[in-house]
Design a protein around this ligand. Structure first.
Ligand code: UFG
Length: 330
């Protein structure tokens, strides 16, 4: 199939482009480069031997996208492009609502106009809010603590409503847990701008001595050691989840969790990183971060049963590949 990947030079988008190409799909990438770099296209070429056509377009720009859809005959859209910084979204909510909603609406309108059959949307476990894990696709959607999370819920709703009138379309909402790790080549990975918000990029920057120590946000949660528990998933396994959705999802709107089904704590992740990479990670326990939840992990049985997808990479692979990538960008 010929697939448009929006946000395709970003962290998850670039890994997904590689997996799609390896599986024989044709990929076109659109990105506004607001949080990524164009040289990712060369890196994808080094890995796959395919030079992916790239267009620098902001998905809020309907006319530019329309021109592209007219020229290309897309069979599917995988929509990653979006703002994702939780903290920033509370400070600049309008920027988040405008960008994330308008991009999704533009792409859905173009799906309709050009009769595109598949739409895969990058959603998040954040739509479940604070409720007991494991979270299944049947768990209710809850109030999230920030505008970023609300944009994910709203986009899901928009696509779900659209699908109700178009039973011939395949629309898939993928709810990611915590992606970490990087491509084995060390060429693709997560490059945060400024101070990392997420745990793994912070750990790798402490390992490379860009930062003195890790701040662990609270050790008084009701968890195995008091620190927050999350379901970390290797970004390559996550990328393969998109391929499975593209190749196997049924018509209509379906929702899948993409996680491992196993939760581990901040301290457990830090200890695994130290052991596998043989590097010390100095840390300090500080106050809880506002809006954080004690425990979040997936039930990923539905994706296993219906898409025949399961994760194959371990936490050890994740910490090794994350560090391998960080060493490469030094
Ligand atoms: N943490 C620290 N120190 C840090 C960063 C994080 O102790 O410097 C802790 C957090 O308190 C949490 C865990 O590490 O317990 C994971 O935090 P992340 O920021 O890496 O990830 P979150 O689970 O908070 O958020 C992620 C994505 C969101 C998404 C959410 C869905 O970043 O986009 O998962 O559950 F909405």
């Amino acid at each position: 199939m010929k697939i448009l990947i929006t946000g395709g030079t970003g962290y998850i988008g670039s890994h997904t482009a590689v997996e799609l190409i390896k599986d024989g799909h044709e990929v076109v990438i659109v990105d506004d480069l607001s949080n990524s770099f164009e040289d990712v296209i060369d890196k994808i070429k080094t890995i796959t031997n395919v030079l992916v056509p790239f267009h620098k377009i902001d998905c809020k720009n309907y006319d530019l996208l329309d021109k592209l859809f007219k020229e290309e005959n897309f069979d599917g859209i995988i929509h990653f492009a979006g703002f994702k910084a939780v903290g920033e979204s509370t400070k600049e909510p309008l920027k988040y609502y405008e960008n994330n909603l308008l991009s999704t609406i533009n792409l859905a309108k173009l799906m309709e106009k050009y009769d595109v059959s598949h739409f895969i949307f990058s959603s998040s476990a954040t739509v479940y809010g604070d409720q007991p894990s494991p979270l299944s696709e049947k768990s209710p959607l809850m109030e999230t603590t920030n505008p970023y999370g609300e944009t994910k819920k709203m986009c899901e709703r928009i696509l779900n409503d659209y699908a109700k009138n178009r039973s011939d379309k395949t629309i898939v909402l993928l709810r990611y847990f915590n992606p970490i790790g990087a491509h084995k080549s060390g060429l693709l990975g997560e490059i945060p701008q400024g101070t990392p918000n997420n745990l793994m990029p912070y750990i790798t920057q402490v390992a490379s001595k860009k930062r003195d120590k890790l701040f662990i946000f609270g050790n008084d949660y009701d968890t195995v050691d008091g620190t927050g528990v999350r379901d970390y998933i290797h970004v390559v396994d996550l990328a393969k989840g998109h391929l499975a959705a593209l190749n196997k999802a049924n018509k209509g709107c379906s929702v899948y969790n993409l996680g491992t089904g196993v939760g581990i704590s901040v301290l457990e992740l830090v200890e695994t990183f130290k052991k596998i990479n043989k590097i010390d990670i100095p840390y300090e326990i500080v106050a809880r971060r506002a809006g954080d939840i004690a425990t979040v992990y997936a039930s990923s049985e539905k994706a296993f049963k219906e898409l025949n997808w399961e994760t194959s990479l371990s936490v050890e692979d994740m910490v090794r590949d994350s560090w391998n990538f960080e060493k490469n960008i030094e």
